[in-house]
Unconditional design. Sequence first.
Length: 182
Amino acid sequence: MLKYFLIFFLFLSDSISNAEIKDKIVQNLKDTENLNFKFEQNINGKIENGNCTIEYPKKIFCEYAISNNKILVSNGKSLVIKTRTSYYRYPLKKTALNLILDKNFLINKIYDLQERIIDDSLINFTIVDGDNEINIFFDKQTYDLVGWQNTDIYQNFNITFLSSIRKNKILSKNLFKIPAQN
């Protein structure tokens, strides 16, 4: 009998801690209006880095640290990637960022998904929505979003890690303005 009680208690305590983890991640997301962070992005082995700002819902501005002046901007409807020599514009809804930048979508999904603890430091949720499969990662101590991995619209495997995260800063009104084509 004691054996069954211990198994039940371990299961119950695991369920309570899992629910608590989800609640803390969700509350952190609800409290976050914007994020500023450094990033490292690995797309099929090509590593780039820089700084980004996300403003919920669905806005992002990233400056890459490479000398070609690459930026990535979403105003919530369109996503533009611009360099000195190229300009690409996509409907945001056709990209995985449409889901990643939608905190209400993330919150709703988190409650329905099973989390995985990775190396006792990261909490991972795998989101499948239509053609998108996205792994979202949160820090186990701060409950901050710290990265994601997905396959982009060109079928490239993309891993993005966030660091030096700052939340709820005052942002320029024009930060998410779509740049003009070259």
